[in-house]
Design a protein around this ligand. Structure first.
Ligand code: FES
Ligand code: FE2
Length: 349
């Protein structure tokens, strides 16, 4: 049976992106940042993921806590920077309401008398936080299944092989395409011969395979003699983890609206890693090549001549899995699903 692709409108309609925020991104474990940036009480990292401004903090008991970075007064931000340290509490940047690091409203600063005002009704909106091998993930659904369930296939693959963790180098790239165009491009090796000629010389493209295990895609790439072995994995919905020449390249493919994707790469490496420069150069070259094709595809999806194509059973099983998973999320996310991911769920403390 011929497998058709998802319709073009899914890649350009802002209403679809709004639906994906609720049905996909509000229900999945999303990469947030590095646990190494959260060593002491009050250390925080902040990111906007799929349009949700979020903050994760190390609380006084040593636990990681996550919240929407949204004050309950008039929606001001609790923290203004991407990372930093707050002195034992959040002080909203707008009018100075103060919250404990576990999310309770400590003081509605200088609010004045107000009948019926109960601070317990104004705690921060919580999100779930879990760390895995030094990487911090959040889930807007506080009742989500544990992160370790999602990542079990990677744990089996990695065993006790540790990630390099000493130093982090960050590079961001803005790509003018829908996040799904970039993800789907990542999920197949079919384009390697055409788009990545230098990579094609290093791997046996004829034996390239993508294996799905649960919500993880694992690229099986036999290297030609003398080329570096790599691990190329992807985790639903938008994270790639690549271990290449002893550098871990963390690649979140973050949607910024329907037609823009930001890649916020982090390269984790040990200082003595000789392969760092080569790993970065390779990664940047591959990204440039993928950016070129993804932007052209986005342009063509928006042109109005193409609606649906066909997927190769030989090469595009990962894309097929992704499109089926997406449709399942969008179809299931229209009703009951939203209730559990609504930020107000579980807000009273
Ligand atoms: S919006 Fe936070 S104190 Fe006013
Ligand atoms: Fe590519």
């Amino acid at each position: 049976m011929l497998i058709t692709t998802a319709p073009a409108a899914l890649y350009r309609d802002p209403a679809v992106f709004d639906a994906e925020r609720a049905a996909v991104f509000a229900k999945a474990w999303l990469f947030m940042g590095l646990e190494a940036d959260l060593t002491e009480t009050g250390d925080y990292i902040a990111e906007t993921l799929a349009g949700y401004p979020l903050v994760v903090v190390r609380d006084a008991a040593g636990a990681l806590r996550g919240f929407h970075n949204v004050c309950r007064h008039r929606a001001g931000p609790l923290v203004g920077d991407a990372h930093g340290k707050c002195a034992g509490e959040f002080v909203c940047r707008y009018h100075g309401w103060r919250y404990t690091l576990d999310g309770r409203l400590r003081a509605a600063t200088d609010f004045g008398p107000a009948d019926g005002f109960d601070a317990r009704d104004f705690g921060l909106f919580p999100v779930a936080v879990q760390a895995w091998r030094g990487l911090v993930f959040v889930n807007l659904d506080t009742a989500a299944a544990p992160l370790t369930e999602t990542l079990a296939p990677l744990d089996r693959l990695l065993g006790d092989r540790a990630f390099p963790a000493t130093a982090a180098l960050r590079r961001s790239h803005a790509i003018d395409c829908n996040w799904k165009v970039y993800v789907e491009n990542y999920l197949e090796g079919y384009h390697i011969g055409m788009i990545h000629p230098a990579l094609a010389a290093e791997v046996e493209t004829g034996r390239y395979a993508v294996r799905m295990e649960g919500q993880v895609a694992i690229h099986e790439v036999p290297a030609t003699a003398g080329a570096a072995e790599g691990l190329w994995a992807w985790i639903w919905p938008n994270l790639a983890l690549n271990l290449y020449r002893n550098v871990l390249i963390i690649e979140p493919m973050r949607p910024h609206g329907a037609a823009r994707t930001q890649l916020d790469y982090i390269y984790l490496h040990d200082p003595e890693t000789e392969g760092l420069a080569a790993a970065i150069a390779t990664s940047e070259r591959l990204t440039d090549e993928d950016r070129w094709i993804c932007q052209r595809v986005q342009e063509n999806l928006g042109a109005g001549v193409y609606d649906q194509g066909a997927l190769s059973a030989r090469h595009e099983n990962g894309v097929r899995w992704f499109q089926a998973r997406l449709m399942e999320a969008l179809e299931g996310g229209a009703d009951g699903g939203q209730a559990s991911s609504h930020p107000a769920a579980g807000m009273r403390r």
